[in-house]
Write a protein that binds this ligand. Structure first.
Ligand SMILES: O=C(O)CCC(=O)C(=O)O
Length: 342
């Protein structure tokens, strides 16, 4: 027979135990990346890129600042001719009319805003695609699993993508936001097809360096109602007038990298509004990898697929070890990100 006093003691002990367990739970890190995800870039060795133009004819990879608002850079000689041809060839197999995401439902739909053709290729579908994902992750310092499947786009004359943001208005519960866009140009475009940041503020060095290209800073808007007709917008503390002069001219094998969110990945970067200007003549091919703020599509199957592909693509001298194999799935439980506001 338990006395009243004993029962009180038991309840008290239970309460303390509960409090202790909660304190331990509270102390556990909940939002950090498991180290295995952060370090899971295997295929390409880490590289440093020059910030100096190595000069005409060089195929050295180097980075040029386009603007600090939005944060945008051109990575010159980012991909090779072979990679560009491979991606175009793979993309051509499943190309269809591009669509946009419905803000309310998250469903894809046709729209006049976007008239190109496009497709998505699996992240680690081929050696070249996997390599591009790995390189992109290394460039950004993000885990490779943050990268979305690779998008391929083709613009024929008069086709365009009107001003838009890349961050997603509709997020599934638990889904994380796009942080960075890596847009690689796969072809030279005879005329038109610039990527324009209507509310951007291009770095003077960039505009000076590209003045000679003429249209690099002044795209022809002959065939479009351009955003220059819209209202001024406040960016930070200043009001900016939309401009069609903030353009980057597509250059084959280079990538335009820009941030869709602020440095802390909390706020949307309003100056990241951008448009693919209409192609006037020729054809424009591009490929895009969006990197999210957290890994996406991480399931047991996708991890196994990644591991299999990496083993297939890795040179024999490099050992994958059990880096990914032993990655306890239980860790994923601690990897439940809280929904965030963007
Ligand atoms: O093609 C371009 O220059 C822009 C493409 C783009 O904005 C996108 O794919 O989100």
């Amino acid at each position: 027979m338990v006395t009243r006093e004993e029962a009180r003691q038991r309840v008290k002990r239970l309460l303390w135990l509960g409090l202790g367990l909660y304190a331990v739970y509270w102390l556990l890190p909940k939002e950090t990346y498991p180290a295995e995800l952060r370090n899971a870039n295997f295929v390409v060795p880490e590289v440093t890129y020059s910030l100096e133009d190595p000069g005409e004819g060089s195929n050295e990879t180097w980075i040029e600042v386009v603007s600090w608002s939005p944060r945008a850079f051109v990575v010159h000689n980012w991909i090779t001719d072979e990679e560009a041809s491979h991606i175009v060839e793979e993309g051509t197999k499943t190309l269809e009319r591009s669509q946009v995401v419905d803000r309310k439902t998250g469903e894809f739909k046709d729209s006049k805003v976007r008239t190109s053709s496009g497709t998505f290729l699996p992240r680690y579908g081929t050696r070249e695609l996997a390599n591009l994902q790995e390189r992109s992750a290394l460039l950004l310092g993000y885990p490779v699993f943050n990268g979305e499947p690779t998008q391929v786009l083709r613009y024929s004359p008069r086709e365009q993508y009107r001003p838009h943001y890349d961050w997603l208005s509709y997020l599934e519960p638990g889904e994380t936001q796009r942080a960075v866009t890596i847009l690689s140009y796969l072809s030279e475009v005879e005329e038109g097809g610039e990527t324009n940041f209507p509310y951007g503020k291009l770095h003077r060095d960039f505009t000076e360096a590209h003045r000679a290209e003429g249209r690099a800073t002044a795209p022809p808007f002959r065939e479009t109602k351009c955003v220059a007709q819209s209202a001024p917008m406040s960016v930070g503390k200043t009001m900016r007038r939309p401009s069609k002069w903030n353009s980057v001219r597509p250059k084959k094998n280079s990538a335009l990298v820009f941030w869709d969110l602020d440095p802390a990945c909390v706020y949307k970067e309003v100056a990241a509004l951008h448009e693919g200007c209409p192609v006037i003549s020729g054809e424009k091919w591009s490929t895009t990898i969006w990197s999210r703020t957290q890994p996406i599509y991480v399931t047991r199957e996708s991890m196994q697929n990644y591991q299999q592909k990496m083993q297939e693509f890795l040179p024999e001298s490099v050992s994958l070890g059990d880096h990914v194999v032993n990655w306890g799935f239980t860790r994923l439980k601690w990897f439940q990100w809280r929904p965030k506001r963007y």
